[in-house]
Design a protein around this ligand. Structure first.
Ligand code: PBG
Length: 340
């Protein structure tokens, strides 16, 4: 045709030439930078950390290359690095030496998680939000997230009583935000009530609202040396259920959660998008151990570009609606973005 591209309009002229050209906005690095819709920032990253009782040196976690169970010394050093990297916070998990049926170590002031919390608050409490996992599975010898009844089933309401005590121990240790990951019914309300009755009005609650019974937690079980027999399907959500995730988000918000969580992240972006659309409180996502290890393993084989893949996973999770992301790459990503 004689007509110049784009001058004919729709309906006349050479209609094989596109009039609408989305590529214009992809044409140069400057244009792409200007039109980027989702941006990644260190402040929206939270680093999960494992602190182990009675070790002098950090212990590598075989199924999570690059992640360790910290000694108290390596923990202090990593906290300083996290603060320098400008991430938003840390989520602490304890790896106790001794476990028992009720998870006593969770409520003892000298239990490893409570000791680690005090250290973190003293080291970086002004710069980072120091958060703690509130769940019994690291502390119980049967590995379940609650206590068991006589028949060996996870007893919802008896577990709530343990969570209330655990919440007080963590708030006393200075945790700013309690991550309720046990998936017992009514846990947010039960813990909020215990905190308020003790005057801990300012301690925030992160409700693990939509936490699915996921195979992606596999490497984490090694990280905390979980002794779990069986599975968690009687309390964590069925991966098939989208509506149920939305319901749990609503319930946690009603019960007083300050933030709600979707977990895992990458295989649950629909649930995340639902939560982001309906929740009046911030929605976070947990990029869990298996998501980390999967990328690390493929990258170690040279099958994918490690750094591009990491950033793409984080972008996808943010784009789906997460306000912040728990990620084992938090420090590395934050440091790399600062250099870019
Ligand atoms: C339970 C808890 C789990 C994870 C975080 N909190 C394990 C589970 O529910 O089995 C998994 C985190 C990960 O896989 O990175 N306290």
């Amino acid at each position: 045709s004689e007509q110049r591209p784009g001058t004919g309009g729709l309906g006349h002229g050479p209609d094989w030439r596109p009039v609408i050209r989305p590529r214009r906005l992809r044409s140069t690095p400057a244009m792409r930078r200007l039109t980027q819709q989702t941006r990644l920032h260190p402040a929206e990253l939270i680093l999960p950390m494992f602190v182990r009782d009675s070790v002098d040196e950090p212990v590598p976690i075989g199924s999570m290359p690059g992640v360790v169970q910290h000694s108290l010394d390596s923990f202090r050093a990593e906290l300083q690095r996290a603060a320098r990297a400008g991430i938003g916070g840390v989520m602490l998990f304890g790896v106790p030496e001794r476990k028992d049926a009720t998870g006593s170590g969770a409520t003892e002031p000298q239990g490893i998680l409570n000791v680690a919390t005090r250290i973190a608050v003293a080291e970086v409490g002004d710069a980072l939000v120091v958060q703690t996992d509130l769940c019994l599975d690291e502390f119980t010898d049967h590995g379940h997230c609650g206590v068991l009844d006589a028949a060996g089933r996870v007893d919802n309401d008896a577990s709530l009583l343990r969570y209330r005590d655990m919440a007080l121990a963590q708030a006393d240790a200075g945790s700013a935000l309690l991550g309720l990951s046990g998936m017992m019914d009514g846990q947010v309300r039960a813990v909020r009530d215990a905190l308020d009755a003790a005057g801990h009005f300012d301690t925030a609650i992160l409700g693990y609202a939509a936490k699915y019974a996921s195979a992606f937690y596999g490497p984490f079980r090694e990280a905390v040396q979980s002794s779990l027999q069986g599975d968690r399907r009687s309390y964590q959500l069925d991966p098939a259920n989208r509506r149920e995730g939305a319901r749990e988000v609503l319930l946690d918000v009603e019960e007083g959660a300050d933030v709600v969580m979707v977990k895992p992240a990458m295989s649950y972006l629909d649930v995340l998008a639902d939560a982001a659309a309906s929740s009046p409180v911030p929605v976070w996502a947990y990029q869990v151990s298996g998501e980390y290890s999967m990328v690390e393993a493929a990258a170690a084989h040279g099958w994918i570009d490690r750094e591009r893949t990491i950033d793409e996973t984080l972008l996808g999770i943010r784009r789906a609606g997460a306000d912040a992301v728990l990620s084992y790459w938090a420090i590395e990503a934050a440091e790399r973005w600062a250099r870019a």
